[in-house]
Design a protein around this ligand. Structure first.
Ligand code: NDP
Length: 510
């Protein structure tokens, strides 16, 4: 039909539904199942022209007055100028955190700390729409994900750890849990507020204070969180936010007065940080990259598996450390499964992240888009079979079509390297042994998925996966009560659950 988008034409071709004559579309004409635009309002959040650093409970300029720009990756429009922390500012932030820890926060009884955490959780819920819109504009992720996943889960982490603040003696029976002191936390751009909550909530619950550096492409939700801290009347210096470049992250984690370092990001930077803090008595947890296998056996419910595969790799544009980026399919069902998957891909809506119908939004930055493009080209030239559904992309912004590679060999770069984009590599296997071998044939070990009808097979396979998290007949499910973390080059230490508290305490005998 004239005027229809490619996506709508695909949908029509797929369903083959015919319009009743009363619709006046012409005899036997296909129904144009097209979505109307459903944009979320930008007006629910006020984006300031300029943001300072948040140190000692106050917003201050960087010591040299320098700023950087954060842009909306869906439109390439500048959103705000953000103060760029200097080494002097890091010293100031660590001093503020130390003062707050020794004079106030570390002395508060757990039940008093809990009250602040509950307050923060409640405020995040009350301001969830504002946070969701800001997060989507600064990161490119679809509003339905920031609204339904990132922000509710961030609040849930504060609720959960608030509950532990006065119960540490039950978390560590027979021991006394003391805070470590000042925590330096560096977070990435794929789940900005959620990663902040994974880091700040357990640290505060255990009596530590924090200095957190957000990623340079997504500083805004952390700076809005500073406002939540003010609103919750959190004592000055308990939380400090210091946007700035990677070097400033290194300065922060190696600062001599920091007791604990928590990092989420690439394996490359994780290794540098591990070297930077080696030989000191700083505690260290690293949540790094992944190349998860999502394994589908021939007895799996295929339609359900297709939804899980799509959620596993196209959720958050595939910019997910635990993304199911390698699909391992049992050979006998590879044909029908891939047909169903291609069919499903043609219904994925790529576009304006603020539109409530959008499934795949913008890639977080130009640099990331270039990295994805480069690896996809490598996949093509190494001989894998490339497939993308036809779909219209916005003219501006950093967008990439959902991509599927079949006939992938284990040696291909797209089977080995973390792409961190909406790109799925499909490999096949014949026996469970072969599936285990291929799944574990990676330097990473963050997550895995298993799809089968048999509970015994789930248990047998899960035990053999070298992965910190194994999902069965589902994928990318997160819960604050559940620990998360990796093996091998995916890092060490656990975040979430009781295990997440462990990284922020020193245990002493009674
Ligand atoms: P990085 O690991 O570089 O960034 C993560 C965080 O670390 C950011 O806050 C970054 O700051 C900071 N950082 C950068 N350099 C240093 C340093 N030398 N010392 C301390 N902190 C530093 O990830 P990228 O953003 O560069 O992404 C590159 C690749 O990493 C992606 O393509 C993806 O494959 C992977 N990645 C994995 C993530 C995961 O969760 N596993 C998350 C993000 C990326 P700044 O933003 O200022 O550079």
């Amino acid at each position: 039909m004239p005027g229809m988008t490619t996506e709508a034409k695909n949908a029509v071709a797929r369903t083959g539904d015919k319009a009743p004559a009363s619709w006046g579309l012409g005899d036997g004409q296909a129904i144009p199942w097209e979505y109307s635009p459903a944009p979320e309002s930008r007006d629910v959040v006020t984006i300031e022209d300029r943001y300072g650093l948040f140190i000692g409970g106050r917003e201050i300029e960087a010591s040299d007055g320098k700023t950087f720009v954060t842009v909306n990756p869906a439109t390439e429009e500048p959103l705000a100028q953000v103060a760029r922390a200097t080494p002097q500012d890091i010293d100031k932030a660590v001093r503020a955190a130390r003062r707050a820890q020794t004079r106030v926060w570390g002395r508060l009884p757990g039940k008093e700390r809990a009250k602040y955490l509950y307050r923060i959780a409640r405020i995040l819920q009350e301001r969830s729409r504002e946070f969701a819109v800001l997060e989507t504009m600064d990161s490119g992720k679809p509003i339905k994900e920031s609204r339904d996943v990132d922000i509710p889960l961030a609040a849930a982490h504060f609720w959960y750890y608030a509950g532990w603040a006065d119960k540490l003696e039950y978390a560590f029976p027979g021991r006394v849990a003391r805070p470590l002191g000042v925590a330096a936390q560096v977070i990435p751009w794929n789940f900005p507020l959620l990663m902040l909550s994974w880091k700040i909530a357990p640290a505060l619950a255990a009596g530590n204070t924090v200095v957190l550096k957000p990623a340079s492409t997504t500083p805004l939700s952390a700076l809005l969180f500073a406002d939540v801290c003010r609103q919750a009347e959190l004592p000055a210096g308990v939380v400090n936010i210091v946007p700035g470049p990677g070097e400033i992250g290194m300065h922060l984690v190696t600062h001599p007065d920091v007791d604990k370092v928590a990092f989420t990001g690439s394996t490359e930077i994780g290794k540098k940080i591990a070297k930077g803090v080696a030989g000191t008595d700083k505690g260290l947890t690293l949540e790094l990259g992944g190349k998860a296998a999502n394994i589908v056996f021939d007895d799996a419910p295929l339609d359900q598996a297709v939804e899980g595969i799509v959620n596993g790799i196209y959720f958050n544009q595939g910019e997910v450390c635990c993304a199911g980026s390698r699909l391992l399919v049992q050979e006998s069902i590879a044909g029908p499964l891939i047909d169903k998957l291609k069919d499903r891909l043609s219904t994925i809506r790529v576009g304006d992240p603020l539109d409530k119908n959008t499934d795949v939004g913008a890639i977080n930055s130009k640099a990331q888009l270039e990295k994805i493009t480069e690896l996809v080209e490598a996949g093509k030239s190494e001989g894998a079979e490339f497939y993308q559904p036809a779909c219209d992309l916005p003219e501006r912004g950093y967008f990439f079509r959902p991509t599927l590679f079949t006939n992938v060999a284990q040696s291909h770069r797209i089977a080995q390297e973390e792409i961190f984009g909406p790109v799925l590599s499909v490999l096949t296997f014949r026996t469970p042994e072969e599936a285990v071998e291929k799944a574990n044939n990676t330097p990473y070990g963050l997550s895995a998925g298993i799809w089968t009808d048999k509970g015994s097979r789930i248990l047998a396979m899960a035990k053999r996966m070298k992965a910190g998290v194994v999902w069965a007949n589902t994928f990318n499910r997160f819960d604050p009560t559940s620990p998360f973390g990796g093996y091998k080059e995916s890092g060490f230490g656990r975040e979430g659950g009781m295990h997440g508290l462990h990284a922020y305490v020193r245990l002493e005998d009674r």
